[in-house]
Write a protein that binds this ligand. Structure first.
Ligand code: FMN
Length: 284
């Protein structure tokens, strides 16, 4: 029996933890269909909001891949393992109604892959965001992700993209959206804040079903954007192999790392141990 890769996010059962993060490659139906066909359990659409300035920001982006020697790497969808993506981005190019109709159709189709297409909004004006969230629900989409932590929020035109780092405001935003819609609500937060756990708790207490904490450091947007949709299939295969090798299911892994965090007081005392990690010249 192959190991089970199934997990749950709130009340949503996913066939695996592989959720494709939002990005340019998921702006149009073709990209989303490729990601689903490659085996993603959920595909988060390219985000939108009501701001024309946020949409036009995509006209002024640039993208570069640098290797560990800071050399620019060709953009050929086969990057070396040490490549890092540096870029800017803007929002989906379609008008909202077109974007929504496309996603509703794709999410209906995703059911046949036992998968989800997630509508993604980026906060600008809260009243408009609430209206858009209602429209997403009415269109029949099964999950809404709301990004209130986009890293380029501070660089965007005023009012185009909100980057929220204050837990009281996170709570107020999530409460408003939660009161307006009943569908599963995932809140995407910045990972670059002094107290990410407080932001996550505020979102949870205000009614979020899940939070996504983004950095720019681990895979499933940059890897697929730069490496193509085969990356999804490879990730799924690697993950299944790993679970089989370890005789674990995906659910067995949840919380393992967190449960093993120990305090200084709990760690074994090893005087002088640190010396092994210092260049000998510094100790003689
Ligand atoms: C080019 C690019 C465009 C992105 N666009 C969006 C977006 O429209 N909405 C959003 O919520 N996140 C967006 N993100 C953030 C990603 O979904 C993801 O959270 C982030 O890149 C971290 O994951 P990664 O390290 O796998 O890339 C974008 C990221 C990149 C690199």
């Amino acid at each position: 029996m192959p190991a089970s890769t199934a997990v749950s996010v709130g009340a949503i059962d996913l066939k695996s933890p592989l959720i494709c993060g939002s990005g340019e490659h998921l702006m149009y139906a073709q990209g989303i269909r490729h990601a689903l066909a490659a085996g993603a359990a959920a595909v988060v659409s390219k985000s939108t909001n009501e701001s024309e300035a946020a949409r036009r920001q995509l006209d002024r982006t640039d993208y570069v891949l640098l290797d560990s020697e800071w050399r620019s790497v060709p953009w050929d969808f086969s990057p070396p393992a040490d490549a890092s993506l540096l870029c800017r981005s803007g929002l989906a190019q379609q008008p909202f109604d077109e974007w929504l109709a496309m996603l509703a159709g794709l999410d209906r189709g995703a059911k046949t892959h036992d998968a989800y297409v997630v509508a993604s909004l980026v906060l600008a004006d809260l009243d408009r965001c609430v209206e858009m969230a209602r429209a997403v629900e009415q269109a029949g989409l099964r999950i809404l992700e709301l990004n209130i932590g986009a890293p380029h929020g501070n660089e965007a035109a005023p009012g185009a993209i909100v980057l929220e780092r204050d837990s009281l405001r996170v709570r107020a935003i999530v409460e408003r959206v939660r009161a307006a819609v009943r569908l599963p609500l995932w809140i995407k937060l910045t990972g670059q804040s002094e107290d990410v756990a407080a932001l996550a708790l505020a979102a949870k207490e205000a009614g979020a079903d899940a939070v996504t904490v983004m950095g720019r450091f681990i895979v499933v947007t940059s890897a697929v954007l730069t490496g193509g949709f085969d990356v999804i299939t490879r990730m799924n295969d690697d993950f299944s192999d790993y679970l089989a090798r370890k005789r674990l299911s995906a659910r067995d892994l949840i919380g393992r790392a967190a449960d093993q965090i120990s305090t200084y007081a709990q760690q074994e005392s090893r005087p002088e141990y640190w010396r092994q990690f210092v260049v000998p010249a510094a100790l003689t």
